[in-house]
Design a protein around this ligand. Structure first.
Ligand code: GLA
Length: 741
């Protein structure tokens, strides 16, 4: 018997905007198809087909993942692969959907130690069900009452699937889950793959790395208790003839903000497997009888249109499905943030003066950063005491918030809820609330310790402090910071064999607070910041509205940082501030238009000390912000084309954003340094409607004198544009406005 289910993980499809995503949604039959006789599951969505099934041994294995197939074609009936030799059994050579450890050398998805010492696990398919667009496929161990449910959901527009596993203890004793990951993604067998991943450190996040996939294993991970910038939980694997705009790419990301791991493994039979989930390092989840451990969603998709399309598919998933506020209704406001201007020296008069300047140049949101609470005069004290500092704000926050509102901006504020300074009332009252091992040193980072949010009393304290702040003040936005990693992840208050549950329970409570706050205060918006870009992942993106990619606000460095960020994440959630020059980072001087154009490729913010701006600088800022408002829908929600990457070795860097209806395109071009009289490379646009006429208008700088003021999309894409850029750190930008049909 064949059954077809209609499913979708899109919960807020608005078809009003004629978009590429919508066009895809309409083309898609959006279905999960089950062949009951052969136990085969097939998912067709977007441009992609995914097929898996239970083989003759009732083990689940991947059959196909790639370009969408015709409905008549069925790649094969699942059949366990033969073993290679006495050294590599069939269980190792079969591309299993979810690998339970037992007789295996490949990366497992699940490894358990049972109370009697048994560590063998052998999961077989038993049944499936469909609910709310999620396909659940159940497996059970051959003799023990441990049930594993593999869940699948699919985004009909992009074909990106979400997978996770639910591990249920139906025995009558607790057991320890030593490692648990969400899914294994099996690529077509082969050796010609290139892995792309992101690495970094504070002030140098989002470096793009490419390397050949070779026999053996590459581990991307965080052992830090949070996402981390050293690796980001995102991958792409491509064939070695794939380029930015053509060729096969398999890509994905993990929706988890705690310690994580993604393993990219080429096994003994040249099968490339990508396995991701909780980091097995120091893992050991104590699972009580009747309890279920959920692994994070692991999203992944395929395109045959290159790395650029892989990124655009991720961007669509994030903007249309994951972020909580439907941004098609609500674009990111232009915000002002006080951090680089005032540091910890905030007070009512100073913030009001900045607010006036910010409003005058067109900011729509005013955010007061660190320093407003407790004894917070520097980073040595006050974290944890979320009461307004009475010396800096003798009448509370109301006078400042009223002032901000009278200037037609909304008000946002900085918080760092999971941290505490030892010099704080909170720590003095609850020294036992922090992550630590009894009798061992408690390492400080930026003079602070990490509260153990896995504890219910800590969760309650954080949740009620933030709720109180939102209830008592008209606050539209939290910048939620997290400025260090874990060092001694002990939880002495619970039994030793339950202490490692902290890796899961901490993050579940973090997500729980975000969910609760959003429910109680549906209009509040939240930015995920972590000393820069250390907490950016698909999990936190599902509960916040924007993220902070880096504390490095040098507009030239940002070109590289933003290029890396855009591999995985959408410009619409990427905060980018214009700050003072020379920047604190490199002591480099950059013109104000250059700094604006760099930031206008994302969600624009201003972080400069506006009280020191000259009238001319304020004028330029006003003009640039007005320009940004005209193009922000295209930048934030449109399709990004990385025309020339800042890391490909040339002196140029060019991005283009095209609106979903292809009515408007915006082009940003930067020159690092002219050399040897070479002209700037000609720019060939992409993604335009070839027959539509687009008028060209400069936001800044100019095109060469022989450039027409209007031409068809075909002309701009094939003849291209020559721009006049010469010198060091130069920038130009253009709008191409399409005539209505
Ligand atoms: C972190 C953030 C900064 C700023 C400071 C405040 O470093 O990334 O933007 O908010 O904290 O202490």
């Amino acid at each position: 018997m064949h059954r077809r289910f209609t499913t979708s993980l899109r919960y807020s499809v608005c078809l009003a905007t004629l978009s590429a995503a919508t066009a895809l949604a309409q083309r898609s039959t959006e279905a999960i198809h089950v062949d009951d006789a052969n136990h085969v599951f097939r998912i067709d969505a977007g441009d992609t087909t995914y097929e898996f099934g239970a083989n003759e041994e009732k083990r689940l294995q991947t059959i196909y993942w790639g370009e969408r197939l015709s409905e008549q074609d069925h790649p094969q009936t699942p059949k366990a692969a033969p073993g290679m030799s006495s050294f590599d059994s069939s269980r190792n050579t079969t591309p299993q959907e979810f690998v339970a450890w037992g007789g295996l050398y490949v990366e497992p998805n699940l490894k358990v130690t049972f109370p009697d010492g048994n560590r063998d696990l052998d999961l077989r398919y038993i049944d499936y069900s469909m609910r709310n667009g999620v396909l659940s496929v159940q497996m059970k161990d051959i003799s023990l009452s441990i049930l594993v449910t593999l869940q699948y959901k699919v985004d009909d527009a992009t074909g990106i699937m979400g997978r996770r596993a639910l591990i249920e203890n139906r025995t009558d004793k607790p057991f320890i889950v030593e490692s648990a990951s969400s899914a294994t993604w099996n690529l077509p067998r082969g050796t010609n793959y290139i892995l792309r991943y992101l690495s970094g450190r504070w002030a140098g996040e989002w470096t793009v790395n490419d390397q050949n996939v070779k026999p053996g294993k590459v581990i991307l991970e965080s052992r830090r208790g949070s996402t981390g910038s050293q690796n980001n939980p995102w991958f792409s694997v491509r064939k070695n003839d794939t380029a930015e705009e053509n060729g096969d790419v398999w890509f994905g990301g993990l929706a988890w903000s705690g310690s994580w791991q993604i393993a990219i493994e080429e096994d003994a039979v040249q099968q490339v497997r990508i396995t991701g989930g909780y980091n097995p390092f120091d893992f050991g989840y104590h699972l009580k009888p009747g309890a279920t451990l959920e692994t994070p969603w692991f999203y992944a998709g395929h395109t045959s249109h290159g790395l650029g399309d892989a990124s655009r598919k991720m961007h669509h998933l994030e903007m249309d499905t994951l972020v909580p506020h439907a941004p098609r209704e609500k674009l990111r406001p232009v915000l002002y943030n006080s951090w680089e201007a005032t540091d910890f020296k905030v007070n009512e008069a100073g913030q009001k003066a900045l607010a006036e300047k910010a409003a005058a140049i067109g900011a729509e949101r005013f955010v007061m950063d660190d320093g407003w609470f407790g004894a917070r005069n520097n980073d040595h004290a006050g974290l944890g005491d979320w009461a307004v500092n009475p010396h800096k704000f003798p009448n509370g926050l109301k006078p400042l918030i009223d002032k901000v509102h009278s200037l037609h901006m909304d008000f946002g504020i900085w918080v760092e809820p999971e941290m505490v300074n030892p010099d704080s009332d909170l720590y003095r009252k609850h020294p036992d609330w922090i992550l630590n091992f009894t009798g061992r040193p408690r390492t400080e980072g930026r003079n602070q310790l990490v509260l153990n949010l896995a504890r219910e009393d800590v969760r309650e304290y954080i949740s009620s402090s933030l709720d109180k702040l939102l209830t008592e003040n008209d606050i539209a936005f939290f910048k939620w910071d997290y400025n260090r990693n874990w060092s001694e992840p002990g939880w002495p208050a619970v039994a030793p064999d339950e202490q490692k549950n902290v890796y899961v329970d901490f993050i579940r409570n973090f997500y729980g607070i975000l969910e609760e706050l959003r429910k109680k205060h549906p209009n509040v918006e939240i930015e995920s910041c972590s000393g820069g870009g250390s907490r950016v992942d698909l999990g936190v993106i599902g509960l916040t509205d924007e993220v902070w990619p880096s504390d490095n606000t040098d507009a030239f460095d940002r070109l590289r940082i933003q290029n890396g960020f855009s591999q995985a994440y959408a410009p619409g959630i990427m905060m980018a501030w214009v700050t003072d020059s020379p920047t604190w980072v490199n002591q480099r001087t950059l013109s104000l238009p250059y700094r604006f154009l760099s930031s206008m490729q994302g969600s624009l913010g201003i972080g400069a000390n506006l009280t020191k701006f000259t009238p001319e600088e304020l004028d330029t800022s006003r003009k640039m912000i007005a320009e940004y408002k005209n193009i922000r829908e295209t930048v934030q929600r449109g399709d990004l084309y990385r025309l020339i990457s800042p890391t490909d070795g040339s002196e140029a860097s060019v991005t283009e954003s095209v609106s979903r209806d292809r009515q408007q395109a915006v082009l940003f071009a930067f020159l690092h340094s002219s050399t040897e009289l070479y002209p700037y490379p000609r720019i060939f646009l992409r993604g335009l409607d070839p027959d539509r006429v687009y008028a060209l208008r400069a936001i800044e700088g100019k095109a060469s004198s022989d450039t027409p003021t209007s031409a068809t999309g075909s002309y701009w894409m094939h003849r291209g544009i020559d721009v006049e850029l010469r010198g060091d750190f130069q920038a130009t930008a253009f709008v191409l406005q399409g005539a209505s049909h």
